[in-house]
Write a protein that binds this ligand. Structure first.
Ligand SMILES: [Zn+2]
Length: 148
């Protein structure tokens, strides 16, 4: 006798996180890869113009800056150490190159990294991307208990 088990909540199909992150890095919708992900610098659209996927669930928050700091820190510190070891740069040249490179790389990387983070959140069905409301959504605080 065969036993069939029917679950009321079947597991959703897994999403390809590599493709979703790649689409996000290119500034495209993590679902379809066609629609724009941003309407301005670091401002994600509410929904995809091509497929209609709701993207307002994203909560990238502070992760993109942490990732950018890690990348830029490795590039700048590594470059500075290499320049110190193999080149004879003046202090003025160091002071001109490394702070400017830090600012430029940070500005160039911030939006693609944020797109990648949103793509990862979409692929992992975080923050409402899975069709269910986010249980960690900010709830209004209960009214303060009045002490007599
Ligand atoms: Zn889309």
């Amino acid at each position: 006798m065969a036993v069939q088990i029917h679950t009321a909540n079947p597991q959703p199909q897994a999403r390809d996180w590599r493709r979703a992150i790649g689409n996000g890095l290119r500034g495209r919708c993590p679902h379809c890869g066609q629609g724009r992900l941003f309407k301005g610098f670091l401002k994600p659209v509410d929904s995809c113009e091509a497929c209609g996927e709701a993207l307002h669930h994203q909560r990238a928050d502070d992760l993109p800056p942490y990732v950018v700091i890690t990348i830029v820190g490795h590039v700048v510190v590594g470059g500075l150490l290499l320049a110190e070891k193999y080149a004879d740069w003046s202090m003025g040249l160091h002071m001109a190159v490394w702070p400017a490179l830090t600012v430029i790389l940070s500005l160039l990387l911030m939006q693609p990294v944020k797109g990648g983070v949103i793509g990862l959140q979409w692929a992992l069905r975080m923050h409402g991307f899975g069709g269910r409301p986010d249980t960690a959504e900010r709830q209004p605080l209960p009214p303060a208990v009045q002490q007599p």
